[in-house]
Design a protein around this ligand. Structure first.
Ligand code: ADP
Ligand code: MG
Length: 289
């Protein structure tokens, strides 16, 4: 099971900057987090992989075969939850899944077996006959994940499945993704660093259409090792620090202001020490402009 994205580029309109610039990566079974701020090109990449958007150049291959040529055969092993997908408020959860199952060409027997299974897995069995209009944000996201899983896909693409959710629901979605990831290639997009902790096998970091990092979290943290510092200074000096460094945290202490900041070189400040990087530091390091 190998998904190869090979030098894929995409520009919208005329003479515009590239939304996706020579994106190349090889993905095997496991969870990949596609991390990047709004506008980085996450949805563009996902829409291309799922054949909802045509790239200008480059190709997507599944086990060596061009997915565009595979056509229906690729769609059969693909599950997709697009960003900001609407639901039909008047449909019940079960009816929505039956409807999606028929669009995807599942047989009646398959749907009859699969739908209760998925409702159970997404913790929505009790809400099976409730209208989607009455669902919370987290429940809506879960029913949308469920529809992406109807055909038991080998490649699952989730575009910001945690968008707009509170921390508890985010954790729940995160755990669900881990559970369903077994033996699948799962790619999920997010711009929230806490989403990628624990579950992602690798992080794909996207900046202005370019893949700037691919690897496990440890490696990502290591990439800015020795570049994060903390110091305690008087209030006036804290303000000055903010103008010369990228500051990732500030807190008031009895003896002054504790400032956490990023610096390529060890700064020449008294009582300043290097600290272990966090994912937030990494994010700021790469995306703070
Ligand atoms: P993300 O999902 O990471 O927020 P997108 O893939 O949606 O990023 O967008 C990447 C870039 O492409 C952005 O600069 C965005 O404005 C631009 N873009 C996306 N969709 C379109 C479109 N349909 N027409 C023109 N520009 C677009
Ligand atoms: Mg997007």
């Amino acid at each position: 099971m190998l998904l190869k994205i090979d030098h894929v580029s995409k520009t919208y309109g005329k003479d515009r900057k590239k939304a996706l610039d020579e994106f190349t990566a090889e993905l095997s079974a496991g969870v990949y987090a596609l991390l990047g701020p709004n506008g980085a090109g996450k949805s563009t990449l996902m829409n291309i992989i799922t054949d909802n958007l045509r790239q200008d150049s480059g190709s997507v291959l599944y086990d060596g075969e061009n997915t565009a040529a595979m056509g229906k055969r690729f769609r059969q092993i693909l599950g997709f939850m697009p960003q900001q997908q609407g639901v039909y408020d008047d449909f019940t959860a079960a009816r929505f899944l039956w409807y999606m199952a028929s669009l995807k060409g599942l047989s009646r027997a398959e749907a009859k077996q699969r739908i209760p299974e998925l409702l159970e897995q997404m913790n929505l069995s009790d809400a099976a006959n409730k209208k989607l209009g009455s669902f919370s944000g987290g429940m809506k996201q879960r029913i949308l994940i469920a529809q992406a899983l109807l055909n038991n896909p080998q490649v699952l693409i989730l575009d910001e499945p945690t968008a707009g959710l509170d921390p508890k629901e985010r954790i729940r979605i995160r755990n669900l993704i881990s559970e369903i990831a077994f033996d699948k290639i799962v790619i999920f997009a997010t711009h929230v660093v806490s989403d990628i902790e624990y579950i992602a096998k690798e992080i794909l970091m996207l900046k202005q259409g370019r893949l700037i990092f691919k690897g496990p979290i440890d490696e990502l943290l290591l990439s800015i090792s020795g570049k994060v510092f903390e110091t305690v200074v008087p209030r006036e000096q804290a303000e000055k620090l903010q103008t010369s460094y990228c500051v990732s945290g500030i807190s008031s202490l009895a003896g002054g202001i504790k400032v956490r900041f990023l610096s390529e070189e060890p700064p020449k400040l008294p009582d300043c020490h290097s600290v272990e990087p966090t994912l937030e530091d990494v994010y700021l390091y790469h995306f703070n402009e």
